[in-house]
Design a protein around this ligand. Structure first.
Ligand code: DAT
Length: 184
C-alpha cells in the first residue's frame, strides 16, 4: 500500500454519532462535555446552537420560552452529522432524523436529586413541577423508544459523580468498540 492510500484511509476513519437526551437537569451537558474532551468527539448543545443562531419559531407564552425551529436546527446540523463523530445534547429527540444516531442515551435522575438541581437553577414552581413530572413519567425515554430502534436506546442513572464516571467509561468503551467494528 502506498502512502496515498494510507492517508486516505486515515482521513475517512468513521466515528459514531451519540445522542444524549433526558429531562433538563439530569446531567446531559456535564456528561457530554466530559465525554467530548476524553473521546475527541465533538459536543453540540442544541439549546446553545438555537440561541446563537436564533433558530426559533415563535414564543411559548405558557412556558415562557422561545419555540425551537426544529427544521432549521436539523438543516444546521446535517453536514456535521453526516461526517460523524458528534455528541448531541437536547431535552427532546423526536425531530432528529433517525439515521443520524448510532446510539441514544437517556439519562435519569431520582426526583429528590433532580428537584434540588432545578431549584438551584432558579426554576419557578410551574417549571419545577413540569420537569419533575416529565422525569416521573419517563417522557424522554418513551420519546426515544418511539423515535429510534429499541436496541440502540439505553437508560443511564445520573445521580452521583460515581454514576458520571461509570457512564463516561461505559460510553468510551462503546466508542472504542464501534470504531474497531467500523474500520476496514
Ligand atoms: P442538563 O444538561 O441535563 O440540563 P447539567 O449537565 O447542566 O444537566 O447538570 C445539572 C446539574 O447537575 C449541574 O449542576 C451538574 C450536576 N450534575 C450533573 N450530573 C451529575 C452527576 N452524575 N452527579 C452529580 N451532579 C451532577
Amino acid at each position: 500500500m502506498g502512502r496515498g492510500a494510507r492517508t486516505r484511509r486515515a482521513r475517512t476513519m468513521l466515528l459514531p454519532n451519540i445522542l444524549l437526551t433526558g429531562t433538563p437537569g439530569v446531567g446531559k451537558t456535564t456528561l457530554g462535555k466530559e465525554l467530548a474532551s476524553r473521546s475527541g468527539l465533538k459536543y453540540i448543545n442544541v439549546g446553545d446552537l438555537a440561541r446563537e443562531g436564533e433558530l426559533y419559531d415563535g414564543y411559548d407564552e405558557e412556558y415562557d420560552c422561545p419555540i425551537l425551529d426544529e427544521d432549521r436546527v436539523v438543516d444546521e446540523l446535517e453536514n456535521q452529522m453526516s461526517e460523524g463523530g458528534v455528541i448531541v445534547d437536547y431535552h427532546g429527540c423526536d425531530f432528529f432524523p433517525e439515521r443520524w444516531f448510532h446510539i441514544v442515551f437517556v439519562l435519569k435522575t431520582d426526583n429528590s436529586v433532580l428537584y434540588k438541581r432545578l431549584e438551584t437553577r432558579g426554576y419557578n414552581e410551574k417549571k419545577l413541577k413540569d420537569n419533575i413530572q416529565c422525569e416521573i413519567f419517563q417522557v424522554l425515554h418513551e420519546e426515544a423508544l418511539a423515535s429510534y430502534k429499541e436496541e440502540i436506546v439505553h437508560q443511564l442513572p445520573s445521580n452521583t459523580p460515581e454514576d458520571l464516571e461509570d457512564n463516561i467509561n461505559q460510553i468510551l468503551k462503546w466508542i472504542e468498540q464501534w470504531v474497531k467494528d467500523h474500520s476496514s
